[in-house]
Write a protein that binds this ligand. Structure first.
Ligand code: IUR
Length: 347
């Protein structure tokens, strides 16, 4: 099957067959499709779209392009669950949400990324903790998951390699914004991470990639429908990103705020409300709570009792970070420290 025939088919607004999509993904990974051919197909998809069946086929093919993880749950019923955000400013939800859900019985292998554009990446934040290992061995990862119920780590190169090449080409060919391509990119990595269920936090506002409610709805609907088509139960919340989430933005500052949040020292209300809303959906979606409302109550109890903080501390220590992150996170400070109150006084 010649690449040019597949590109022509999408250029002429035809739906691609599963065989054509498989040939494309194979060509992405083995390098037999040139960068120009991949870019041409990405642009044809951006301009002419893909229907749900095509997007499901693309998502499945990209998932199968590398390793697909399986998690031993130790013989007990621990559903594997995760949350993914489309990226925001000051968004430290993952850091506090994973241990809350773990404290409620979920297994949360949270495969996280680096910052994209102006949004901060969860891995960059956690690496402010001295010693924290974002690429642990499989043995260490399983031990941490067993001991703390959660592990926030990076993706290995074997996970959805088709996405890595496609994303790099989209990035330099103005084809990032295609809803089917975003959908397949996000979901292929989540499916390869071996999840049982997923909650999406689709950010909307001037600090997010989606500035328009109609766009955010279209992406949310696509994610939920395509995930279902690929066998992954998924829910999506569209949440505000017109202001920084919480009180800080910056890697070390956000880790410090997350520790304060988990210990109860400081809990900014918007961050608290969003974290509990996402936790409630995760717990209900994973079958750990009979309703969303009871999921919220369970999550709140895990937070206020300090159990979530203990799970976070165990995860950090297990991944090589400070031994007692709740008492001393050993975070670096910037050479120059300022704050808005000081700047206001000087103005
Ligand atoms: N995050 C992803 O994993 N893939 C994408 O295409 C975008 C964000 I945009």
């Amino acid at each position: 099957m010649l690449p040019a025939e597949i590109i022509r088919s999408k250029r002429d607004r035809h739906a691609l067959s599963e065989a054509q999509i498989l040939a494309f993904v194979r060509g992405l990974v083995d390098g037999s499709w040139s960068e120009g051919q991949v870019a041409a197909l990405a642009m044809a998809v951006l301009l002419n779209g893909m229907d749900r069946a095509e997007c499901v086929a693309l998502t499945r093919a990209m998932t199968q392009s590398g390793q697909v993880l399986r998690w031993p749950t130790g013989g007990v019923s621990r559903p594997v669950v995760d949350k993914h955000s489309t990226g925001g400013v000051g968004d430290k939800v993952s850091l506090v949400l994973a241990p809350i859900v773990a404290a409620c019985g979920g297994l949360v292998p949270m495969i996280s990324g680096r910052g994209l554009g102006h949004t901060g990446g969860t891995l960059d934040k956690l690496q402010a903790l001295p010693g924290y290992e974002v690429a642990p061995s499989r043995v260490r990862l399983l031990r941490v998951l067993h001991d703390s119920g959660c592990a926030i780590v990076g993706a290995s190169a074997e996970l959805a390699p088709a996405d890595r090449r496609l994303y790099a080409i989209r990035d330099v060919t103005a084809t990032v914004e295609s809803v089917p391509l975003i959908t397949a990119s996000i979901l292929s990595k989540k499916l390869a991470a071996g999840l049982g269920s997923l909650v999406m936090d689709v950010k909307l506002g001037n600090g997010a990639f989606m500035h328009d409610l109609a766009e955010a709805r279209a992406l949310s609907e696509s994610l939920v429908a395509v995930a279902a088509g690929a066998g992954l139960p998924c829910r999506a919340l569209i949440t505000d990103m017109n202001q920084v989430l919480g009180l800080s933005a910056g890697n070390a500052l956000e880790v410090a705020e997350s520790v304060d949040f988990l210990t109860g020292a400081v809990q900014e209300p918007r961050l608290r409300a969003l974290t509990l809303a996402l936790a409630a959906q995760m717990l209900h979606g994973a079958g750990l709570a009979p309703s969303v409302a009871s999921g919220a109550a369970l999550a709140e109890a895990a937070l206020t009792s300090g159990r979530a903080a203990e799970h976070f501390a165990r995860m950090v220590a297990g991944l090589g970070g400070p031994r007692d992150v709740l008492a001393d996170a050993q975070l670096p400070t910037a050479p120059v420290v300022s704050n808005s109150a000081m700047l206001g006084a000087a103005a």
